[in-house]
Design a protein around this ligand. Structure first.
Ligand code: FRU
Length: 478
């Protein structure tokens, strides 16, 4: 009842700045804030947007609603970094301020053009009729070297093709040959997810519908959000969020999945994945969504994702904040599967080695590494009074189980089926209330939130080999 439509839709200029000051004071008392993950100063964070390298800096934006831990009117918060680890807020967000993005500057991407950065995003608009129908516009903006953003006065794309509903958003912009291409998530009038492609010879005008992407799969649920193509190791990966995908054909446990398909090549003429793999989950943890890919000028394929899910409440909402971005990960493709590891720049966070003892107290920012030699059941537990995170591996079924019990909530589990009874090069990046687990040097990952009593954390383990624990820096990004 607190979040009336009027509050959710209020323009940023109409908010009393005192709301932010009060939220900051409240959040300053939190025991749950993060040490080295991108989080919001106040309010809600969701998708990463506009990941790019421009003017000798990394740029990463995220979907934000600064006025509370709810999905209100979305803007783009703008972060910059010299090293992909230490991020700073430019305090020059892109906020909804015109008809064509009246109900939110939704997700999108960025591309360097001459000496500027071009942003393409979805302007979410609910029409002023009885049905409050969605009419998304695909909008453009230029950003200069002082990080000033100037929106184009007219949308790049006014209307979706006739067979598409109001669910049409999240453009990824790419350059290939003579054309700029935009890859967009959509829903057709038969209530099926589709990925559409548009193209133009000019980045800021002349956009035309080109083709429906041919993935070689039809299990795209009722809406495919946040599609992204990436290129590495001579292969291709498509990452997207097929909401409502049939989980008997592609298994996932979260409310909405984030999926990938690898392919040998991409046929730009026909917008087709050549020799596509099966569909897999990008991450098999509790909270992971809306991955954005970036083929960086240094040749790496990089990834950032939202540690959170749509249509989900988080315990920190009560404190007036929610959501984080993953550490930036580097991607490779091996045997048709994605390999994900934190970019090497993250090593700068690694501090002093702790004395490893069973039951030891764990710092809020810690890196735990371990292996499991052949043929042992084992487990690891991070716990506080009424909460725990438990990882256990069954040597016979090769099943890795992660159980989480957040304070005041019931326990829940996620499972990863591995191909052998051995685990090698496993790492848990623990950051107070979020964690990222990398199994077998990044062959599989499990990411999520973990809300504990905030006072003490203990680490217990059984039958693990080569356990090491290092402190990680608390650089407090927001
Ligand atoms: C995915 C998403 C996008 C949309 C954005 C709005 O989480 O729903 O499809 O552009 O979030 O914040």
């Amino acid at each position: 009842k607190y979040w009336t439509m009027e509050r959710l839709d209020r323009l940023y200029k109409d908010w009393d700045p005192k709301v932010l000051t009060d939220l900051k004071a409240k959040i300053a008392k939190s025991n749950w804030r993060l040490g080295y993950h991108i989080q919001t100063e106040t309010g809600l964070l969701n998708d990463p947007n506009g990941f790019s390298y421009f003017n000798n800096q990394w740029h990463l934006f995220f979907q934000a609603f600064p006025y509370g831990g709810v999905h209100g009117l979305k803007s783009w918060t703008h972060m910059v970094s010299d090293d992909l680890v230490n991020w700073e807020n430019t305090n020059k967000p892109m906020v909804p301020d015109r008809y064509y993005d009246r109900h939110g500057c939704y997700s999108g991407s960025a591309i360097n053009v001459d000496d500027k950065l071009f942003l393409m995003y979805t302007g979410n608009v609910f029409e002023d009729d009885d049905e409050y129908r969605r009419h998304p516009y695909q909008d453009g903006a230029w950003m200069d070297k002082d990080n000033n953003i100037e929106k184009l006065s007219e949308p790049l794309i006014d209307n979706a093709p006739a067979a598409i509903t109001g669910h049409f958003r999240d453009p990824q912009i790419l350059k290939h040959g003579d054309y700029y291409y935009a890859i967009l998530g959509a829903q057709n009038i038969d209530n099926e997810g589709e990925i559409l492609t548009y193209r133009s010879k000019h980045v800021d005008k002349g956009w035309e519908f080109y083709k429906v992407m041919d993935l070689g799969h039809d299990n795209l649920g009722y809406m495919a959000e946040c599609p992204n193509l990436g290129f590495v190791d001579g292969k291709v990966v498509l990452i997207f969020c097929p909401q409502g995908a049939d989980d008997t054909k592609f298994s996932y446990d979260n409310v909405h999945p984030n999926a990938y398909i690898t392919a040998d090549d991409f046929d730009w003429e026909n917008m087709k994945l050549i020799n596509p793999s099966a569909m897999h989950q990008v991450d098999e943890g509790f909270d992971f969504y809306a991955t954005q890919l970036f083929n960086a000028p240094d040749g790496r394929l990089l990834e950032s994702a939202w540690i959170g899910l749509p249509d989900t409440k988080y315990l920190s909402d009560n404190e007036g904040w929610e959501g984080a971005l993953t550490m930036v990960r580097e991607l490779h493709i091996k045997d048709g599967r994605l390999i994900q590891t934190p970019v090497k720049e993250n090593d700068s966070l690694i501090g002093e080695k702790d004395n490893v003892e069973n039951g030891m107290q764990l710092d809020k920012q810690s890196l735990i590494k371990f292996d499991v030699e052949d043929g042992k059941d084992n487990e690891m537990l991070i716990n506080s009074d009424d909460s725990y995170l438990k990882l256990s591996f069954d040597k016979d079924s090769h099943k890795l189980n992660l159980t989480r019990k957040n304070i005041g909530e019931d326990a829940e589990s996620r499972n990863v089926l591995l191909g052998s009874s051995r685990l090698q090069d496993c790492a848990i990046y623990f950051d107070n209330t979020v964690f990222e687990i990398y199994i077998n040097d990044g062959q599989r990952t499990m990411t999520g939130t973990f809300f504990h009593d905030g006072k003490h954390l203990n680490l217990k383990f059984n039958n693990l080999d080569n356990v090491s624990v290092n402190k990680l820096s608390n650089i407090g990004i927001n």
